[in-house]
Design a protein around this ligand. Structure first.
Ligand SMILES: C[S@@+](CC[C@H](N)C(=O)[O-])C[C@H]1O[C@@H](n2cnc3c(N)ncnc32)[C@H](O)[C@@H]1O
Length: 213
């Protein structure tokens, strides 16, 4: 994805294309944190984070940077070297790491963010949510951004494109907000609350059975 982030830094549009030919422009300017103020839906995403927070697939680190500004211990992880470099440049601690790699403070994070559709990472939301649960403390909360209700649980292959570059296909998933409870149950979690802000759907997920399955 590095070329995509570098292109976006240069002001170029970036799209995600699906194998059936659909092309969706990615909100790179928002991800790069170009806005003057915190986006209202981002405020909903991070507003309840009052303890150590890991942002999985942090991109250029806008959410981690904002949490650190608020005095919250936070770290982002991302497989993209450019995203990690931009995060660090803006003062957001970030690790160049896959979510399935060994992780600092595993089992002790109070919050784990899967923002901007990152529940799609790897194309297997149950596996990803189980992994997220492992990273969290027993009373920890996963804050997950879902797709619109009615989307269902879709896995597909997508690739990123700019005006002059085409990336490789990779697996991605989309999970509609109305599938959150089913997904959570498969991962040993439960939905404790939900919110919709500016058309974005957010769920707060805790361990099922008060931390013990
Ligand atoms: C939809 S973008 C999210 C943007 C990001 N939340 C932001 O604020 O800019 C997905 C991000 O997840 C990262 N990613 C993809 N697979 C990953 C993995 N297995 N582990 C960690 N990060 C991953 C990508 O490099 C990309 O930056």
């Amino acid at each position: 994805m590095s070329v995509a982030y570098l292109s976006a830094l240069g002001g170029e549009p970036v799209w995600a294309r699906t194998t059936d030919g659909l092309r969706l422009r990615l909100p790179m300017r928002r991800w790069l944190g170009y806005a003057d103020a915190v986006h209202p839906a981002d405020e909903v995403l991070i507003g309840r984070c009052d303890g150590p927070t890991i942002d999985i697939g942090c991109g250029p680190g806008r959410l981690v940077a904002e949490l650190v500004t608020r005095g919250i211990r936070a770290v982002g992880i991302d497989t993209d070297a450019t995203a990690v470099a931009v995060s660090r440049w803006r003062g957001a601690p970030a690790l160049h790491r896959d979510v399935f790699d060994p992780m600092p403070a595993s089992g002790r994070w109070r919050y784990a963010l899967l923002a901007d559709g990152n529940i799609g990472i790897g194309g297997d939301p149950v596996r990803l949510l189980r992994r997220t649960r492992e990273l969290l403390a027993p009373q920890g909360i996963a804050i997950v951004e879902f797709a619109s209700p009615g989307t269902g649980l879709r896995t597909h292959r997508i690739r990123l494109e700019t005006g002059g570059w085409t990336g490789s296909w990779f697996a991605w998933a989309q999970v509609g907000a109305d599938e959150a409870a089913t997904l959570a149950a498969h991962a040993g979690m439960r939905v404790v609350s939900t919110a919709t802000a500016d058309g974005r759907h957010i769920g707060w997920l805790a361990r099922a059975s008060g931390g013990r399955e």
